[in-house]
Ligand binder design. Structure first.
Ligand code: HEM
Length: 567
């Protein structure tokens, strides 16, 4: 519902005052008694922004890059490569999305819908319910008969990671995992599989040192350790990569006395904010590359090709081709022996790779297969405020219209345009999602007149609006969870293969895939493996040197069909 202009202006003034909603150390952090099951707003006093659906569709179409008929050869830098964020972080980010928010509704993208009516299919906590479901008793199909180990899938080949596994599946090929979206593409499935193996290895290690623990105590201990390492990874590695260390430090930091959080806009006990789930955290869509090398034995493939032939792309929701093991050296610098070979993510900019206009949807009644258009229609359906209004509410000077670029941040003027060139109806009010993507570009490059006008001056990361929404939501969710690392200052990563005090994406990969790791015994595939590709990688071109380097609470939900329009 729209507020009067005066009320809205007063509200903006109030929210722009530099007052913290909550500045807390762990000992005084306000905690919610139970996690909420709904969605809410971070900026409830801001008016909804609206546009003609045709303008949003045009913006969605313009936000999709043309199909790459002549892709940049491997080893050469693509103009969309973001040298500061390796490709593995895209799919770790998607894995985090699937742990936090799941607006599992019918595919009506246009009927205005009250945010208060939405139900979140995930706990709004970084508790890995996407991995553990509702735990061994309620989600017994995810677990081995001991109720402690998670099931693993068929062995996969093609990578130096000899313990690589497909997701566990039933006889129909459906993945037996806590969130079906983690089977949407082979890379996010690979991240999920790493976490299954991490859990099982952690169980075995704890059992070796404490053989008298009961199964339920053993499970609880392993889950807690895995979850805390995961939370540590998010705060100390993932967030700094996508938002910058300084931006993270201003929201959450750790001192000798424990964790401190400084939340200016997010009330940690409210629901999952739609500004996060429908706009800011969807920034990751622009990081998806056109083509991925997953290992040395399969040629580069797009995420989706629209062909529905398993070996022609990385679409999931079916058993993986047997030679599609992910070789993490192509995704995470310094993992295994692949230092320097990791592919970059694509820049966080106003451009999505073409394959994201080919979502593998069922054929009827599902809305557009263009992910950019879906994001924009969802934002309008749920009444998000404009990016400029959110910036003002944060005390940030909004971008001018000519600084809000749609398209690739390649530096080539032909690759991008000002949002008002797509439709004048966007003047002074850009959809929050598009605004946040453009802000990332405007932070990194000088822009005027709808074009990049000079060389890159900063890493391409989330800007002040996007970065603050994402870091405050994640920090707030951790602070409001009594069982999180933020409320357990005694926790610091340690253990077999873990450098003291460090658990980053590289550590995750190295710990799980190290040859000495105890990997689960082979489990026979539940379905016959699909035909495999036998392509061989061409000799790699020389690479330029790189600089980069809770308790369970789940309302059980019906499992959706295999091919579904969700990520
Ligand atoms: C190949 C990669 C990906 C695909 C194909 C994909 C696809 C999708 C689809 C189809 C939706 C539902 C759109 C709608 O109908 O509203 C969605 C939602 C979403 N995506 Fe992605 N996505 C990908 C990667 C990512 C990444 C990397 C992130 C963040 C880092 C992300 C964050 C989100 C979020 C926050 C939602 C809303 C979830 C909810 O609340 O239900 N996605 N994605």
């Amino acid at each position: 519902m729209r507020k009067s202009l005066v009320a809205a202006a007063l509200a903006v003034l109030a929210t722009s005052l530099p007052v913290s909603l909550s500045t807390a150390s762990a000992a005084t952090t306000s905690q919610c008694s139970t996690p909420t099951t709904g969605y809410g707003r971070m900026f409830p006093s801001l008016s909804s922004a609206s546009w003609d659906a045709s303008a949003l569709t045009a913006l969605g179409t313009t936000s999709i890059a043309a199909a790459e008929t002549n892709p940049t050869p491997e080893g050469q830098v693509d103009s969309e490569d973001n040298k500061d964020i390796p490709a593995g972080y895209t799919y770790f980010g998607q894995f985090v999305d699937h742990d936090l928010t799941f607006d599992d509704r019918p595919n009506d993208l246009v009927t205005p819908t009250a945010v208060s009516s939405l139900v979140n299919g995930r706990t709004p906590q970084l508790d890995l319910d996407s991995l553990y479901g509702s735990g061994p008793s309620t989600s017994s199909n995810l677990y081995e008969a001991d109720g402690v180990h998670l099931k693993v899938g068929a062995p996969l080949t093609g990578s130096t990671d000899t313990g690589a596994r497909d997701l566990p599946r039933d006889a129909t090929g459906k993945a037996l995992i806590g969130d079906p979206r983690n089977d949407e593409n082979r890379i996010v499935a690979g991240v999920h599989s790493l976490f299954i193996r991490l859990h099982n290895q952690t169980v075995d290690r704890i059992h070796t040192s404490e053989p008298n623990l009961s199964n339920s105590a053993l499970f609880a201990r392993a889950r807690q350790e895995v979850t805390w390492n995961y939370q540590w990874l998010i705060v100390t590695d993932y967030l700094p990569k996508i938002a910058g260390q300084q931006a993270v430090n201003s929201v959450i930091n750790r001192t000798q006395s424990g964790w401190n959080t400084n939340l200016r806009f997010y009330d940690a006990c409210q629901q999952m904010p739609v500004e996060f789930s429908v706009a800011a955290y969807r920034f990751g869509h622009s990081m998806v590359r056109g083509l991925y090398r997953i290992n040395d034995s399969v040629n580069r493939l797009p995420v989706f090709s629209g062909t529905f032939i398993p070996t022609s792309d990385l679409t999931g929701f079916s058993p993986s081709p047997s030679n599609f093991a992910i070789d993490w050296k192509f995704f995470v610098p310094g993992s295994g022996n692949g230092l320097g070979q990791a592919q970059a993510s694509y820049k966080i900019d106003g451009s999505l790779t073409n394959s994201l206009s080919l979502l593998p949807l069922p054929t009827t009644g599902i809305g557009p297969a263009n992910l950019a258009t879906r994001n924009l229609l969802r934002g309008q359906q749920l009444g998000l405020p404009s990016g400029q209004d959110v910036a003002r509410a944060m005390g940030v000077t909004p971008l001018r219209d000519d600084q809000i670029l749609v398209g690739k941040a390649s530096g080539d003027a032909a690759d991008a345009q000002a949002i008002t060139s797509v439709s004048p109806t966007f003047a002074g009010k850009a959809p929050l999602w598009s605004y946040i993507l453009a802000e990332s570009v405007a932070n990194a490059y000088p822009i005027s007149g709808g074009a990049i006008t000079g060389p890159q001056r900063a890493p391409v990361r989330l800007g002040p609006v996007g970065g603050r929404i994402v870091t405050e939501t994640i920090a707030g969710l951790l602070a409001s969870d009594p069982s999180s690392i933020v409320n357990h200052r005694e926790f610091s990563p340690r253990g077999q293969g873990v450098p003291a005090g460090v658990f980053d994406l590289q550590t995750l990969v190295n710990v799980v895939t190290r040859p000495t790791a105890v990997n689960p015994p082979p489990t026979p595939p539940t379905t016959a493996p699909r035909p495999t590709t036998t392509t061989t990688r061409p000799a790699p071109a020389p690479q330029p040197p790189r600089q980069d380097l809770r308790p369970p609470f789940v309302a059980p939900r019906p499992t959706p069909p295999i091919l579904r329009p969700r990520n």
